[in-house]
Design a protein around this ligand. Structure first.
Ligand code: SAM
Length: 244
């Protein structure tokens, strides 16, 4: 079931609206890529494992898109746990609802992940079970202020909770040049055409900076970290147990 947050439209700026229109239009194609790209199941399994979830836990996915991670999360928290997916693009959540809508412990919230409206499903309030883990895959590059976003996500967690980020940025490996050229094309094509980023002479430079800033912010707050790379160094995972 999908809940609406009244904050979504209130806080939406121009680039946010562009991103919502773009992802809404391409949700089904995105879903196919998100679930069936070779190697993606391994990546999502690894991300879910890095969250160190236990049965009964509450886990929040920021920018859950079409829900490709949600079955992995639900499998780990079990029927007594809670999975919450937040996304500001209605079309993406509609596809996610088809995937997980039959589970009564998986909640989808239409809202802004930088001000996560968890109370819409009764979570994150003083009377509720706290948030044990937060996951964000391929989202940090879309945040204007990734450091503040990551700080806020860390603050949501209960003591000992985990935050895991997965993102794609340019490979730093010696053989990375052809991969990076391909990655640049993917960045341009997967960026809303009405945004400045698409025509930026260095679009993946902006992404690289946001992702480095976000992952560094997580490392700053974590006392145990997990790092992994995939796809020739383009995709990187950072996970950590957050200090309070
Ligand atoms: C590249 S998709 C990733 C989807 C999913 N996490 C995955 O791994 O397949 C990025 C998603 O983040 C959402 N998103 C980006 N910024 C957001 C924000 N501030 N609040 C909520 N959703 C956001 C977009 O609507 C989109 O569905």
């Amino acid at each position: 079931m999908t809940s609406d947050s009244p904050t979504t439209e209130d806080t939406a700026g121009t680039s946010t609206s562009d991103a919502q229109a773009f992802y809404g239009q391409w949700a089904r194609l995105y879903d196919a890529l998100a679930r069936y790209t070779p190697g993606i199941a391994r990546l999502r399994t690894r991300a879910a494992t890095a969250l160190c979830l236990e049965p009964g836990d509450t886990v929040v996915e920021m920018g859950c898109g079409t829900g490709a991670n949600l079955p992995y999360l639900r499998e780990r928290v079990g029927p007594e746990g809670t999975v919450i997916g937040i996304d500001y693009t209605r079309g993406m959540l509609d596809v996610a609802d088809e995937l997980v809508g039959t589970y009564d412990n998986v909640h989808l919230i239409h809202g802004d992940a930088t001000a996560p409206p968890l109370s819409a499903v009764g979570a994150g309030t003083p009377d509720s079970h706290g948030v044990d883990a937060v996951l964000a895959t391929f989202v940090v590059g879309m945040l204007d202020d990734p450091a503040t976003g990551i700080e806020d996500w860390c603050d949501l967690l209960t003591a000992g909770g985990h935050l895991v980020l997965v993102n794609a940025a340019r490979s730093e490996r010696w053989y990375g040049a052809p991969l990076n050229a391909l990655f640049r094309a993917v960045v341009v094509l997967s960026t809303p055409p009405t945004t400045k980023l698409r025509y930026d002479t260095d679009p993946h430079g902006t992404l690289d900076r946001r992702i480095a800033t976000g992952h560094d912010a997580l490392r700053e707050r974590a006392n145990e970290t997990t790092e992994a790379t995939f796809a020739g160094g383009i995709v990187r995972l950072t996970g950590g147990r957050i200090r309070r």
